[in-house]
Design a protein around this ligand. Structure first.
Ligand SMILES: C[S@@+](CC[C@H](N)C(=O)[O-])C[C@H]1O[C@@H](n2cnc3c(N)ncnc32)[C@H](O)[C@@H]1O
Length: 273
């Protein structure tokens, strides 16, 4: 179901030139279709890429794993494809992947309701970060990292998108924060030794593979430390807390956002042993 975070007709396929390998590997693979490579999705991708040899070149070089998909997609492009049909496919492709498109445009991402309508006091209600060494996983434009920086001793902000890391570094500098470090890292492979952090935060990151993601976040958290999942607005879709998180021992907290969204947040104390 579309969120309508963007109007894709305003965006170009050159957006793909701003993506990291892991994003291209997702978009140009069967994973974008829940593991099913359908003719329909291949045909859409082929039409969307048809007028963009530079984008195909970039994807092949940056993400070699996409080469087979691109070849199969291009083989389905009809020789009669018009410029208007190609543009229609580009818009459909970009709209379908709007949650990724915003990663390339941090200002647009900051206008999405889960960031725009979020109140930093909801993080304070979950945890007192005073004096703590904290990691924000999948930091994005810094919704949680920048809020955490006011109390925590040190904040590490890990973010796998290069554009967002640069945006966040600029923002940290602009705000004169000296206790925030921005770095790369996926939630399933974080660049920290075991048991080194007092709290690991995340927002809208956990959920593709709960066991692997939570295990990695626990690994780097000190015994007695905290895992905090602090979401923003969720497009009014939640009717209760995430059962997967409750089953793994998280406590849940509920808020209503200024625009009426029901927001569930979570925390878990990491037990020794
Ligand atoms: C929906 S945004 C949320 C951004 C930020 N945490 C917030 O709540 O405002 C998801 C973020 O997680 C990052 N991300 C996506 N997949 C990830 C993964 N497997 N590991 C770590 N971060 C990931 C994205 O690059 C993006 O910045």
């Amino acid at each position: 179901m579309p969120y309508n975070w963007i109007d894709a007709s305003q965006y170009s396929m050159n957006t793909l030139l701003l993506f990291d390998r892991w994003v291209l590997e997702y978009l140009l693979s069967t994973r974008a279709e829940d593991g099913q490579e359908s003719e329909q999705y291949l045909a859409l991708a082929g039409r969307a890429l048809a007028a963009h040899p530079q984008v195909r070149w970039y994807c092949r070089i940056k993400a070699p794993a996409t080469r087979g998909f691109i070849e199969r997609a291009m083989s389905l492009v009809p020789p009669t494809l018009s410029a208007a049909e190609a543009r229609q496919a580009e818009i459909a492709f970009l709209q379908r992947h709007e949650t990724f498109v915003v990663y390339a445009y941090p200002e647009a991402m900051n206008q999405v309701n889960y960031i725009r309508d979020w109140d930093p006091k909801w993080l304070d209600e979950l945890i007192d970060l005073s004096g703590m060494v904290v990691l924000d996983v999948g930091a994005g434009t810094g919704r949680l990292s920048l809020a955490a920086a006011h109390k925590a001793l040190r904040v590490y902000a890990s973010e796998p998108c290069d554009v967002l890391r640069d945006f966040l570094r600029d923002e940290v500098r602009r705000r004169g924060l000296t206790n925030v470090r921005v770095l790369d890292g996926l939630v399933t492979s974080l660049p920290f030794e075991d048991a080194t952090l007092d709290a690991v935060l995340s927002g809208h990151v956990v959920g593709d593979d709960y066991d692997a993601e939570i295990a990695e976040m626990r690994r780097i958290t000190k015994p007695g430390g905290w895992l905090v999942i602090c979401n923003g607005d969720d497009d009014f879709r939640r009717t209760g807390p995430d059962a997967e998180l409750l089953a793994r021992g998280f406590e849940s907290f509920v808020h209503t956002s200024p625009s009426g969204g029901i927001i569930y947040n979570y925390r878990l104390r990491v037990q020794p042993g």
